[in-house]
Structure formats: C-alpha cells, structure tokens
Design a protein around this ligand. Structure first.
Ligand code: DAH
Length: 337
C-alpha cells in the first residue's frame, strides 16, 4: 500500500470513528489517536523526511489536508455535543418525574368502606351474576309473576327469562339455596335499571345487600346492625328513623332515614329542608323467601337490608351528579386517588 493510500485509509477510519462517537470524551480520545504526538497522521508527517521529493509533496499535502480536516470535524462534533447538552438542559442530579400509578375508583372505595364495616360485624362477602334469571331477581324473592312491585324496578330484559339484575337481593336467594343457617352475608355488586339518565339517576349503579339468618333473629338485631353501620359510615352524631315501607321479600319492611349530616337536621338544600336523608331499605326476611330455599321458617328468622352505593357516596363526598362516577374524567377521579 502506498503511503498516499495509507493516508486515505487513516482518514476514512478516523471519520468513521468520529461519526460513531457518543460523547465529547470519546472525540478527545480519537483526536489523540490520530492527531496526537504519537497519532497515526503525526507518524506519517514525521516519516516524510525519508521520502523522495515527489512523494514528500503529494503525501505531505494529503497528510496536512487530512490533519486539518480531522481537526475541524472533531471540533465541530465536540461543539455539537455541548450545544445539545445546553439545549436539553439535562441535569442528571435533578429528581426524576414521578409517574402516576392508578388508584381505586371512588365507587369501589365506598364499597370497600361499607364491606369493611360489616366485615367488622362478622359478615362475609358473596357475589352473583349481573345477568340474572327472572327466578332469582323476582320469583325467589316473593314477587308473584303479576306482582305490581315488579313495575317499581324498571327491568332491562336480555332474552327469554334472562335480565340484568335490578338489585343485588338475588344473591340472597342464591345463597339461601346453597347454605344452611347461621348465614351472615353481604353482597356488593352492579345493578341495572331502565331509568332516564339524569344527575340523580343512572342505568347502572351499585348496591350492597346484607342479610343474617339464624334462630331467634329479630328486628332489634337489624336495628342494632344498621345503627352501628350508619354511625361508622356517616358519623357518630347521626340519628336514624325507621319508616314503615314495603318490599315483597321482607315483612315487616322499613326504610331508614338518617338525620342530614350536612346541616345536622336543621334543613338544607341536600336534604330538601327536611333534615332527613333516605338511605336504605330493610326488613325481616319474608317466610316465603326462606321456604322457597327450603329453610324452615318456623325455626329460623332473618333480617335483610339493601344499601345503594352512589347515593351515600354523593352525600358523603358532596358530589352533585351521579354521571361523574361513570364518565371516567380523570380530573374527577384524581380527587379521590
Ligand atoms: N332490593 C331493594 C331495592 O333495590 C332494596 C332492599 C330492601 C334490599 C330491603 C333488601 C331489603 O335486602 O331487605 O330497592
């Protein structure tokens, strides 16, 4: 290989390494390797003295040109690195940006709170399907086929005798069929009704039903459990009112109102000046419901209750539109994360 070719080869090799260099430090190394005192180009220049005059001219000119070109390339590349550093303003000592992790949805937080309170009273959780049969949603719960109470629950039918459950009470019927007393269960879950969607009503919502079946269970037990629950969930100072009501699956039936915890019963916008908030339905399990599940209603009695989730959540957290729970607007959800 002629010396001229050698200069060309060194130049190509150096340019290739400059192109691949990933830091200013690496470029400084390349500079030393080719242009330093013991560098490849320097060696060629040092050897010129042994060449013929002709060769000195051609090789000398090429080596000097290469030296100048490489110096410029390296200088430019080093500048490019420092400019990039200034532009990004990268400071490796700054703390990193924390990435947000997901949080439990506020509805599920409230369900967990409710379940936790009843768990403390010895209840365990049972679940059932969202798509129910007419039997468990209605018939097993003592709704006769033509019972007008079916109208109260604007049912969405799927096909045949299948429907979207309108309440979580069917899990009661399913559990009673499978287990023998004593039974102490709560049943959180999603329910569906064909309602006009508004700030106060939605087609999908959650409930937690609960029930206890054993020997000698009375309405006093029901009252004790619900008073304890409402105070734990809404606050100790609360007053409760048991108002007679009707459900096909309980007899007697009641609805529970709590004194408005926003105005302490004085009357405000939320309680519509009444001082009371309607919070749940309850009662003593109808003997027909026990008998359908082949539980001896002479020997056993039970109480049951059903609590909506969204409404108490709206009251507790002052949320004025039920649709916010389902819109998945991250600005809303983050307030509870
Ligand atoms: N299932 C009823 C509803 O959706 C609520 C209810 C009332 C549930 C009384 C119960 C109960 O378990 O005993 O309106």
């Amino acid at each position: 290989m002629s010396l001229l070719d050698e200069v060309t080869r060194i130049k190509q090799e150096a340019l290739e390494q400059i192109g691949k260099a990933d830091s200013a430090e690496r470029l400084a190394e390349i500079q030393v390797k080719y242009l330093g005192r013991k560098g490849a180009i320097t060696a060629v220049l040092k050897g010129l003295k042994d060449l013929s005059l002709d060769e000195k001219k051609t090789v000398g000119a090429a080596a000097n040109k290469t030296k100048a070109a490489l110096e410029q390339q390296i200088k430019d590349a080093i500048e490019a690195f420092s400019a990039a550093g200034e532009k990004t303003g990268f400071d490796p000592t700054l703390p990193g940006t924390r990435s947000r992790v997901g949080a439990i949805h506020i509805v599920n937080q409230v369900i967990d709170d409710i379940c936790q309170i009843f768990h403390g009273m010895g209840f365990t959780i049972a679940r059932g399907p969202d798509v129910e049969t007419d039997y468990y949603n209605f018939e097993a719960l003592n709704f006769a086929p033509d019972h007008p109470a079916r109208d109260m629950q604007d049912t969405m039918f799927v096909e045949g005798d299948r429907l979207l459950r309108t309440h979580t009470t069917p899990v009661q019927a399913r559990t009673l069929e499978k287990q023998q007393p004593p039974i102490k269960i709560i049943t959180p879950g999603l329910c569906f009704r064909n309602e006009a969607i508004s700030s106060r009503a939605h087609v999908a919502f959650h409930q937690v039903d609960g029930f206890l079946v054993d020997e000698g269970v009375t309405m006093a037990d029901l009252k004790g459990a619900l008073v304890a629950f409402c105070k734990a969930f809404f606050g100790e100072k609360l007053k409760l009112k048991f108002r007679p009501s009707f459900f096909p699956f309980t007899e007697p039936s009641a609805e529970v109102d709590i004194s408005c915890f926003l105005c302490n019963g004085k009357g405000c916008q939320v309680c519509k000046q009444s001082g009371w908030l309607e919070i749940l339905g309850c009662g003593m399990i109808h003997p027909n419901v026990l008998e359908k599940a082949e539980i001896d209603s002479e020997k056993y009695t039970g109480y049951a209750f059903g609590i909506g989730v969204e409404r108490p959540a709206m009251l507790k957290y002052r949320i004025n539109d039920i649709r916010l729970f389902f819109n998945n607007d991250i600005r809303f959800l983050r307030q509870f994360g």
